[in-house]
Every structure is written in C-alpha cells, then in structure tokens.
Design a protein around this ligand. Structure first.
Ligand code: AMP
Length: 220
C-alpha cells in the first residue's frame, strides 16, 4: 500500500533527518517545502524572491504559494507509491488543501515529533548543514561526517530567528495537532532521544498507523 506520510513537529525536531531516512527505506520521495523554497531562493525564481525575506525573518510563506508548490509536486508520477512531506502542512488551511489533494489516494499518516522548546533552540543554533551533500550535523564536527564537505549554518538557525520560528509554530502549526489528533492514523513520537531511537519509534508508529481501521478497511 502507498505510504502517504506527513512529518509534523517544530523547527529542529529532527523532521528532515527522519523524513529522509523513511523516504530512502521505502523508496518514495522526500518532499521538503523548506528545501524547495531554499532552492528557489538560490535560483532567484519569482517564488524564491518573494520567499527570501519571509524565511530570513522566520515567518511563513503564504498558503496560496505553498499549496500550489505542493500540488504541482504531488502531481509528479514518482509520488504514486507515496511520499514523505516534511514542513508541509504548516497551517490548517494547508492541511485542508492537502486533504483535498490526496482524496483519491490512501489516507494520510501523520507523525508528530515532540521535543521540548529549550532543547529545540539549543539544537537549531548548533545545527550545521553540509554544503555539498545536505547532511545535517552539529557544530561539534569540523567537516561533513558523510562526505567531508564544508559545513554551513542556515541563515534562519540563529537564536533570535529560531525563537520567532517557534512562536510561529505555536501559533500557526500547533493547531494542526488538534486537526489531525482524532484520526486513527495520527501517531505522536518522543523526539527527545537519540536520532536512532527516534527512527525506531517512527518505524513502529508507521506500522501501527498502517494497521489503523481507516487503512485496513476494518470498522472501528
Ligand atoms: P523548514 O526548512 O521546513 O524549517 O522551512 C524553512 C522556512 O521556509 C520556514 O521558516 C518558512 O519561512 C518557509 N516554509 C517552509 N515550508 C512552509 C510552509 N509549508 N508554509 C509556509 N512557509 C514555509
């Protein structure tokens, strides 16, 4: 069965790292709207030019733009067996639109990664990304542990912007937990443990969700 997965959680909760692993293991695309926007900024496209200042301030890009980006991406044939969405939806309007977009497909599985706020600030400010291969690591490493490439800090990973991103998360994205909570395919996971342990918990949560009546056709 297709795995249509949403990875929900605050900035620096580990969504990206975990989403990439699940996508690789399942052979389905990892769709990070943050990565897509950063590529658009780099390429200087109209979307990138509009998004740049908002991203640097830790604000959200408009729902209309984001929904259109994701609609186009989910139209591509490589999503037929599923996808892992990372960073989308971030508002109830985006979540409602996503439900409409995937209606003919298997139901969404939603994993919420839970991490306390103070741990998130420390993580985000110490986070580094490999310029060459995109691996996410910590400032404790001098070079990328995967390929030896140079490490860079995302412009929105400094403390002031991280705190603003957390405020935006609480205000705009936290309501999504209520939006999804009652679905049998919603699974919270403790993200305040080692990445490997979080990975194990996520695999377990996915299997539990795939067994949910909404996916197996069983009645509750
Ligand atoms: P991320 O890499 O997911 O933390 O996203 C980085 C930034 O891109 C966010 O702080 C927002 O400015 C923007 N962004 C990414 N995804 C979305 C979305 N679904 N809705 C609005 N803005 C987004």
């Amino acid at each position: 069965m297709a795995l249509n997965l949403v990875m929900l959680g605050p900035p620096a909760a580990g969504k990206g790292t975990q989403a990439k692993t699940v996508a690789r293991e399942r052979g389905i695309p990892h769709i990070s709207t943050g990565d897509m926007l950063r590529e658009a900024v780099q390429a200087g496209t109209p979307v990138g030019r509009a998004a740049k200042a908002l991203m640097e301030a830790g604000s959200l890009v408009s729902d209309d733009v984001m929904i259109e980006i994701v609609r186009e991406r989910l139209d591509r044939p490589d999503t037929r067996d599923g996808f892992v969405l990372d960073g989308f939806p971030r508002t109830v309007a985006q979540a409602t639109a996503l439900d409409g977009l995937i209606r003919p497909r298997a139901p969404l599985i939603v994993i919420e990664i839970i991490v306390p706020a103070e741990a998130l600030v420390a993580r985000a400010c110490g986070r580094r990304t490999c310029r060459d291969c995109g691996t996410i690591t910590t400032a404790a490493n001098a070079a990328c542990p995967a390929c030896g490439g140079p490490l860079v800090q995302r412009r929105d990973d400094c403390e002031e912007v991280v705190r603003e991103r957390l405020r935006v998360y609480e205000r705009d994205t936290r309501p999504l937990v209520d939006y999804y909570r009652r679905r049998p395919t919603f699974q919270p996971v403790d993200g305040d443990q080692s990445p490997d342990a979080v990975g194990v918990a996520i695999r377990h949560a996915i299997e539990t969700a795939l067994e949910a009546p909404a996916l197996t056709g069983r009645r509750t």
